[in-house]
Design a protein around this ligand. Structure first.
Ligand SMILES: [Zn+2]
Length: 318
């Protein structure tokens, strides 16, 4: 009982500390300052963009977008670049929590056990394309099975949240990973949109405490955005893992980069290790859907996710 009370106090304290440590969302930093402090060259590319070119990578910032291009891969932040008397500025939070971890990397803890989560299943079919007769739950399971084999061949222990067509509640999926002491959690999904032109791959991580999901960037913070979830302990590692996996996936032929994004997915929030959710393409896009229906493409997707995991573990490098 005493221990439980201590844990509660410690939890409350960590929430307090992490809130007070983060800069206010309105604080901004000039690109010139970043360039001076980090040995980078600042180059204005035109009216609407500027780049920071460093010894390890280049970062492109845009005056009309909340995303950056880091080492050729799209990564969403919280706000667009702006012109000011100090030159072009970006949100300080984006430098501290999005760009700086990618430029400098982090020490990666040992990974032995990986939990693969094939999204949906059973009564929950997920996305569907009537035109191509594609059902997400089956495709998720197919790619998850291929990924399991690839990871097992590399010597990893693999846990599956499901390996048949059955319904598994979201909280059960996180608890399979937590009870099995998984070191990484990879959730596999496919996307759908009312717009047939929507296409490409996106990789999600949970938003940092006090920040919004990518889809809500222009909306005010909600109460749940200020809650510290279990998975927030792994914010930097989530980002590095998502970046490595997205970076491998977008090298596949015919695939578009929709970026590393943030979303408040329940299945990620309560996982006690670095966790990502990969949307492997749009079933509703005629070209991409046709590609996804081919098993060599699904094998290539699994192989790229495996390569991304391995390159993250090997020591994240830009
Ligand atoms: Zn899904």
């Amino acid at each position: 009982m005493k221990l439980a009370r201590f844990a509660l106090v410690a939890g409350a304290l960590s929430i307090f500390l992490s809130v007070s440590a983060a800069p206010a969302p309105s604080e901004r930093i000039a690109l010139r300052t970043i360039a001076e402090r980090h040995g980078m060259t600042l180059r204005e590319d035109g009216e609407k963009s500027a780049s920071l070119i460093g010894p390890k990578c280049s970062i492109s910032c845009f005056l009309d977008k909340s995303s950056y291009v880091v080492g050729g891969i799209c990564v969403y932040g919280q706000g667009a670049a702006e012109r000011s008397p100090r030159g072009i500025t970006i949100p300080l939070n984006d430098w501290k929590y999005v760009l700086e971890p990618l430029v400098y990397g982090r020490k990666i803890p040992e990974v032995r056990c990986i939990c693969i989560d094939a999204g949906h299943g059973g009564k929950d079919s997920g996305a569907h394309s009537a035109a191509l007769n594609l059902t997400e739950k089956s495709l998720n399971l197919d790619v998850a099975g291929r990924l399991r084999k690839l990871l097992q061949d590399k010597g990893f222990k693999v846990l599956m949240t499901r390996d048949t067509d059955r319904f598994v509640p979201l909280e059960k999926r996180s608890s399979i990973a937590n009870c099995g002491k998984a070191d990484l959690f990879i959730s596999i999904h496919f996307n759908a949109s009312e717009s047939k032109t929507a296409q490409g791959i996106e990789t999600y991580i949970v938003p940092r405490q006090g920040t919004t999901a990518t889809a809500r960037l222009s909306s005010p913070l909600r109460a749940q955005d200020n809650v510290f979830c279990h998975n927030n302990k792994f914010d930097d590692h989530n980002l590095l893992l998502a970046y490595s996996v997205e970076g491998k996936l977008i090298r596949l032929k015919g695939v578009r980069d929709r970026g590393v994004r943030r979303g408040r997915f329940c299945v990620l929030e309560s996982v006690h290790c670095p966790a990502i959710l990969v949307e492997c393409g749009f079933l509703t896009n005629p070209t991409e859907g046709a590609m996804i229906s081919q098993s060599p493409h699904r094998q290539a997707l699994a192989s790229a996710i495996c390569d991304g995991i391995v390159s993250y573990i090997a020591g994240y490098r830009l």
